[in-house]
Design a protein around this ligand. Sequence first.
Ligand code: DOR
Ligand code: ZN
Length: 437
Amino acid sequence: MSPAAAERDVLVVTQVRAIDPAVSLDAEVDVVVERGKITRIGRGAASPELLASERVERIDGKGSWMLPAFVDLHAHLREPGEEYKEDIRTGLTAAARGGFAHVCVMPNTKPVNDKRSITEAMVARAREVGGPALHPIGAITMGQNGAELTEMADLKDAGAVGVSDDGKCVMSAAVMRRALEYARTFDLPVIQHAEDHTLTEGAQMHDGPIATRLGLRGWPRVAEDIIVARDVLLAESTGGRYHVAHVSTLGAVRILREAKARGIAVTAEVTPHHLVLSHEAVLGYDTACKVNPPLREKEDIDALRAALADGTIDCIATDHAPHSSLEKDCEFAEARPGMIGLELVVPVLLGLVRDGIIPLARFVDALCRAPARIVSLEAPSLREGSLAELTLVAPDRPVVLDRFASKSKNTPFLGKTMSGAVVMTLAGGRVVHRLDT
Ligand code: DOR
Ligand code: ZN
């Protein structure tokens, strides 16, 4: 991780397009960062005297965007237990390179993060590493066994910002009901991996014509919809905070839209891959496209995009799921589901912004304020006096997606060239990433 500059020195980004919908900002300004804080934002904020000072590092922001740094609600950093795929150091470095200042990490580690000691160890390791802040998500049930609730008070006290059994669905309605009630007393969101496992046994991809053609067993949409529908009813009756991980179907979108209209406390996230890839990507048995939930069809993608644009889906979350070549260079049926995402968000999604499918302000909100609110974190913001947590993006700069800080390379975008580079990231007032030029 590149050493800190912004803490002692003055960093000035001149004539940059600064965009932060949280403060209704979209203007070409100078941004001044001193000792880790944003001290000035405005046209001509960087005076000639300031720019002449030796303490100042000046970056020409022309043609670039200054955004509040991103918050990821959903990443798998694999430590403890599967450090050959990723560890907290490489995961946080990947996050910094992707523009993130905060990363919430899922508990399906080995062992599962279902107790205070593991949550504490993760937080301590992240502090040692430095860089973006790590926020653990504790398990809902012990060992993610779907039966016995974790001690959520302890998890929260140790730093957990939510609970989830991600990778597995909480199948029992009774357990889910108790989880929502219990988590509510600690104001923790319950994050559901919505998959009725009785409907997805042996499933390899989306249940549709491509699965039939490839002779692979399908994962029907209804397996997701049925759980989201049930959980919305449980959220309504308990008053608990319910969040749906990686929404993938048009049916789930419809249920969420109705639930929100009725004032139920539900929120949802969508991954970059579900927004841009369909089940057709699996046609060559490309294991990089095996992901859970699976890549769906055009009508799902259209519904997900519309829902993200209108706020029915609150935020974008990466579901960064590193796997080694051992788990991916094999038969499709043997391959583990998941793809990496932390370093890919900007290049993969900027096309949707460019094409007017997702308004730029909504894109920024979906990566920063909306996810921060769900896990009760203070969102990075382009406000004078705020801690400097910033992402500088060169939207037209081509990037070749072939070198990652992540230990794993499992992405169907490997080797592709796309537009949109994260040039610099500041987290906690420090520079945690600079693109080599
Ligand atoms: O594709 C996925 N990979 N979906 C999940 O829910 C879990 C994740 C993983 O941990 O690899
Ligand atoms: Zn996940």
